[in-house]
Design a protein around this ligand. Structure first.
Ligand code: NAI
Length: 479
């Protein structure tokens, strides 16, 4: 604690550099800045106590300061152990008007290179408020939401289950934290679950978890699925990845991508961006898919579609984008070419069989530099694994650039305002934002880029059965 602000970041002295980059990012985030102007002196989030779990980057700093400008109190943690940009975290703590000696910003609990224990500690600190608890959650991947739900469930049962032997390390650490918290303060998570009015969720993987909770009747509060705003998943997941995938590979390895064979597992929104990113550098791209529609799309886009097993002697670079588990197994890795690059850009590290790799008889791990490891198999062949199998664009590089995140985060802010100010209109279900707001986010960014929108005439609008002012598409339209 300093200046009354609780925080845990790497180095507050980095705040000045962080502030400079935040200033540049603000210009590239017209959606967030427009919301600040629109709500200036209205403060729709006054009284909101937002607990945020989302990659603590420069772009997220602009999001946090927008929430504050709209009147919210905020506490923040990162949703990944490698994704924090330490200068951004420092600048958010110091705030635009503070100094490292006298910070005046927002409590942040995040640094690059947390252990799993530290990660869950940060998430718990972020959710632990003096006095009244948080009343809103802003989540990315659903870990904060899961902590509140599992905590509530185990408090009700009076006991935390023990981990099974085959459970991943992360789950064991998670259960350990809950066991300690139950011993210290039984009732903590139940109280938070009751005080939270709603959650807004950023990504595909977190949204999946929310729909599962809602289907089981276990969702404790209403949720807005921000990911499936068109201006989020069709932009961030695709064009964001197109930018940040090769950024991660380049900074991690500096291997020439042109002429190489790149294998992309999954051809959803992220896979489409990943394939385009690699092809843009001159790689020959091969797709693996389980869904015939996405697989056929890949073929129409000019990619080969194969099974992973078929291409192991060809691929130089492997990227998983599925949001599924056990996609590239150690048996695959052992058969890859020497120094093949293997990375994941989906939300969790279980897309790659990291546990199997670590257990493989005779395998040796040689750390090249932070977030780059060479794993040497007993036959002398090795593979390069980026970010220990976690999101490589945020681990090896700085994630998506500001302009695309401005689309995503404008949806986040609108969703927070919506749930906070109209709580009684929402049940414990998962909702999407109305199309009109999606179009509003697109309009702001289109104008910022100098795009000229054609105006519908009244006759034309009647002919295609829409309003002159939009929405311009039906709910089932797919873009
Ligand atoms: P999506 O559902 O659009 O695409 C996933 C695709 O993977 C689907 O087409 C599915 O059929 C395919 N798939 C599933 N299992 C497979 C398997 N075993 N082999 C091959 N293909 C398989 O989801 P989206 O939006 O593309 O997101 C993917 C992941 O990326 C999620 O975990 C999401 O949270 C994450 N994400 C990461 C970002 C980042 O910055 N790194 C940004 C946005 C999303």
């Amino acid at each position: 604690t300093r200046g009354g602000i609780e925080f845990a970041v790497a180095d507050l002295e980095a705040a000045e550099f962080g502030r400079k980059e935040i200033r540049l990012a603000e210009h590239e985030m017209p959606g967030l800045m427009a919301l600040r102007r629109e709500y200036a002196e209205v403060y729709p989030l006054r009284g909101a106590r937002i607990a945020g779990s989302l990659h603590m980057t420069v772009q997220t700093a602009v999001l946090i300061e927008t929430l504050v400008a709209l009147g919210a109190e905020v506490r923040w943690a990162s949703c990944n152990i490698f994704s924090t940009q330490d200068h951004a975290a420092a600048a958010v703590v110091v705030g635009p008007h503070g100094t490292p000696e006298e910070p005046k910003g927002v409590p942040v609990f995040a640094w690059k290179g947390e252990t799993l224990e530290e990660y869950w500690w940060c998430t718990e600190r972020m959710l632990t408020w003096e006095g009244e608890g948080p009343n809103m959650i802003l989540d990315d991947g659903g870990d904060a939401t899961m902590l509140v739900h599992k905590g509530t469930e185990y408090e009700k049962a009076g006991v935390v289950p023990s981990a099974e032997d085959e459970d991943p390390e992360e789950w064991k650490v998670f259960l350990e934290l809950l066991r300690a918290s139950l011993a210290a303060d039984k009732g903590k998570w139940t109280a938070i679950g009751q005080s939270v009015k709603g959650v807004t969720e950023e990504t595909t993987t977190g949204v999946l978890r929310l729909y599962q909770l809602a289907a089981a009747g276990e969702l404790l509060f209403p949720a807005i699925n921000v990911n499936d705003s068109v201006t989020k998943s069709k932009f961030d997941n695709r064009y964001g990845i197109r930018h940040s995938l090769i950024d991660g590979i380049n900074r991690g390895t500096d291997v020439l991508i042109g002429g190489k064979v790149a294998v992309v597992c999954g051809y959803g929104d992220v896979g489409k961006g990943a394939a385009e990113s690699l092809r843009g550098q001159g790689a020959r791209v091969i797709i693996t898919e389980i869904d015939p529609i996405c697989a056929l799309q890949a073929m129409m886009d000019g990619y080969e579609v194969k099974r992973l097993e078929t291409v192991l002697d060809e691929g130089d670079i492997y990227v998983t984008t599925t949001g599924n588990k056990n996609v590239v197994m150690v048996e695959h890795m052992a058969r890859m070419k020497h120094q093949a690059i293997v990375g994941n850009i989906g939300h969790f590290d279980n897309e790659l069989d990291m546990a199997g790799l670590a257990r493989y008889p005779g395998v040796r791990r040689v750390n090249i530099k932070p977030q780059v490891d060479e794993w040497v198999f007993p036959d002398g062949k090795s593979i390069l694994v980026l970010s220990e199998g976690r999101l490589l664009n945020l681990g090896n590089a700085t994630g998506h650039p500001s302009f695309v995140m401005s689309n995503s985060f404008a949806n986040q802010v609108i969703a927070q305002v919506e749930l906070f100010t109209k709580t009684e209109e929402y049940d414990k279900e998962v909702y999407r934002l109305p199309k009109k707001l999606d179009e509003k986010v697109a309009r702001i960014h289109l104008e910022a880029l100098g795009g000229e929108l054609t105006k519908l005439s009244k006759e034309q609008a009647e002919y295609i059965d829409v309003d002159v002012e939009g929405p311009f598409k039906s709910e089932h339209y797919r873009y």
